[in-house]
Design a protein around this ligand. Structure first.
Ligand code: ZN
Length: 635
């Protein structure tokens, strides 16, 4: 893609689209923002909208009937039950119940009523923990490499391997020191607010639940509302209405972000339980096998307690259970090499490529042991798109979530190397997906890409005052050029060499070869040396050494509350612009796929008693609140 060519922007007919939306509640909630786009010029790309219009249902009078909003449905179900004492209460009560039953049945029928008339492919990419400063950091790094004299050799030896740079070539080749655009830069459409229901700083669970359910919830909540009710997700609704569904993540597949699309637990740490949601449980309305394609890490939560490499809290064999349900399990890289996308046309696929989280991209590319090899984010995304688009051929389309999970984790370590490496791997994947989206839209299959972060991590600042003196206005991308590994990898490597590793080894292997630092000060070596039995401590000391050289500042090892960039491309990419709430992104997906989330919420509620335990979760979860915290004099 040439950066100067504006991306294809397909705009739906506003009036027709609004009137044919699944639920009045969606129209109610989004009406104002939705109408804002009505004055925009409407373009009809050849071969797409004409087909699309034919498929659109006609305006139907019964849409005038008001459907309860999701919140009203939830409130109705959580209201304390009172025993009726008089006929005067019983009769209206029964009538109300009948009315509710009628409405529920009618709402339930909507999902299938519009079910077969719509075809769309939606790819939601999530760059976990990548704030606006991070996007600038990655761009400036690439521009720096492009501006140096021997740029091709610079790219070959910098951070990632040559094939990564080849994929990103359009971003920098011939663009000089200021002209380069990363694949995401070309498709910026706005920003997303990130706060959760109980804090101005969200965690990944509440952040992803905003995308999946379209509701604000408390930090730690996986697919449940602040009142602990399971909420229907876009993935579940998509599956129910005949779409294919997929998830790709570089974290454990049971980690907060992917989990929020298929699981419902009050606390993100209940990962053994979350794995059961992914595989599904016979006869459970709550736990169904709803993900057709899942690739990521986290095999340990699928192995029974007591076996090698298990981190489950019980003896359930989730891989065995998955196989018994006809799921094709792709266990590791050797199995992936033998796996052919076309072989698994009729079976769900679960691919697990690490016991825990997968490696940072820079570390992954330098793995030498065959048994430890892992696919890249782009490779996993490639398999997902092939599988879902082939399987969805005679179907309605698909919903796919792709997460660059560890952009966040490197920022938690305040490690610019891991952060940059995974942002570039993410951008590389975005470039691939954009080209795929182009091809699909050109063939007449409406295909939409949205990319967004759930929050910022690290409080990253491109500029850092190192001493008392007034600072120069500078930060130095070149300080990162010769790094080869994340600080997390180097910290673990150091701990694994205890007690053999010497101070000289620390200088040559960690500082010089690992971070490209050839001028380590005595006190910096000391700071790492004293952490020789503490992988995390060494990790943080090394991360600080390279951050100071680049003059990158970090304000926290946690998240921050800043708005994050919002990107969209392809079909109806102008439908989501400006400064939006994170919940709007989930609702936008539901609207475009004509998903009925309320139906799923009602169905999930039926199975709730079989699993829900109000005592589950940690203290924070049990004392959750919908209000914001306030200052307690702690500073
Ligand atoms: Zn996150």
């Amino acid at each position: 893609m040439n950066g100067s060519v504006s991306p294809k922007q397909f705009v739906l007919d506003e009036e027709t689209h609004s009137s044919s939306s699944d639920t009045a509640s969606l129209i109610d909630r989004r009406g104002t923002e939705h109408d804002a786009g009505a004055d925009e010029p409407v373009r009809y790309p050849p071969g797409v909208l004409s087909e699309e219009e034919k498929a659109l249902p006609r305006r139907q009078n019964h849409l005038a009937v008001r459907i309860p909003t999701r919140q009203e449905v939830l409130d109705a179900r959580t209201r304390p039950k009172q025993r009726p004492r008089r006929l005067g209460i019983v009769v209206p009560g029964l009538l109300a119940l009948l009315g509710f039953a009628f409405l529920s049945t009618w709402v339930l029928s909507l999902g299938t009523q519009f079910g077969d008339q719509h075809r769309i492919q939606v790819i939601l990419m999530i760059s976990d923990g990548m704030g606006p400063a991070s996007e600038t950091m990655a761009r400036s790094f690439v521009q720096y490499l492009a501006s140096t004299n021997s740029s091709s050799s610079n790219f070959k030896r910098s951070l990632l391997n040559e094939s990564s740079w080849t994929d990103l070539e359009d971003s920098y080749r011939g663009k000089g020191s200021m002209g380069g655009m990363l694949p995401l830069d070309e498709i910026l459409v706005g920003s997303s607010r990130t706060r959760s229901s109980n804090s101005l700083i969200t965690d990944s669970a509440a952040g992803a639940t905003a995308f999946s359910c379209g509701v604000k919830t408390y930090n730690g909540a996986i697919g449940v509302t602040p009142s602990l009710q399971p909420c229907g997700t876009v993935l579940e609704a998509a599956k129910r209405q005949g779409y294919m569904t997929g998830l790709v993540a570089t974290s454990r597949i049971t980690h907060a972000t992917p989990a929020s699309f298929y699981a419902h637990v009050p606390d993100r740490d209940l990962e053994s339980e979350i794995a059961e949601f992914l595989v599904g449980e016979d006869g459970s309305a709550l736990k169904g096998l709803r993900v057709d394609f899942a690739f990521g890490g986290g095999k340990c939560f699928f192995l029974p307690n007591g076996t090698d490499g298990s981190c489950r809290t019980d003896g359930k064999d989730m891989l065995g259970a998955a196989k018994a349900k006809g799921v094709r399990v792709v266990d590791g890289m050797t199995a992936l090499r033998a796996y052919k996308d076309e072989d698994s046309v009729d079976e769900p696929v679960l691919g697990l490529f690490a016991s825990d989280h997968m490696e940072y991209e820079a570390d992954r590319q330098r793995i030498t042991a065959l048994a430890d090899e892992q696919p890249s984010l782009k490779e996993m995304a490639t398999h997902a798109l092939r599988y879902l688009s082939r399987k969805a051929k005679d179907n309605k389309g698909f919903f796919l979530m792709i997460e660059g999970s560890r952009i966040d984790m490197a920022a938690h370590n305040n490690d610019p190397v891991g952060h940059l490496s995974d942002m570039l791997a993410y951008q590389q994947t975005v470039q691939y997906v954009k080209e795929w989206v182009d091809a699909q839209n050109e063939q007449g299959t409406p295909t939409m890409l949205i990319s967004v972060s759930d929050h910022e991590t690290g409080g990253l600042a491109l500029g850092r005052q190192l001493g008392e003196a007034y600072p120069e206005y500078l930060w130095y991308p070149d300080a990162l050029v010769n790094a080869t590994h994340s600080s997390s990898y180097l910290g673990s490597l150091f701990a694994s060499r205890y007690p053999a590793a010497t101070r000289d080894w620390v200088i040559s292997e960690l500082f010089e070869k690992g971070l490209g630092i050839v001028d380590a000060a005595e006190w910096e070596v000391d700071a790492v040396w004293k952490m020789r039995q503490d992988a995390y401590g060494a990790n943080r000391a090394l991360a600080d050494a390279i951050s100071r050289r680049a003059q990158l500042g970090w304000s926290t090892a946690g998240h921050s509350g800043v708005d994050v960039n919002l990107y969209a491309y392809g079909y109806n990419s102008t439908g989501l612009t400006g400064n939006v709430e994170n919940t709007d992104i989930g609702l936008h997906i539901a609207e475009n796929m004509r998903l009925n989330l309320d139906v799923v919420t009602i169905e999930l509620g039926k199975g709730q008693s079989s699993w829900f335990d109000a005592k589950a979760g940690n203290e924070t979860t049990r004392t959750r609140t919908t209000g914001l915290g306030h200052y307690h004099g702690d500073f």
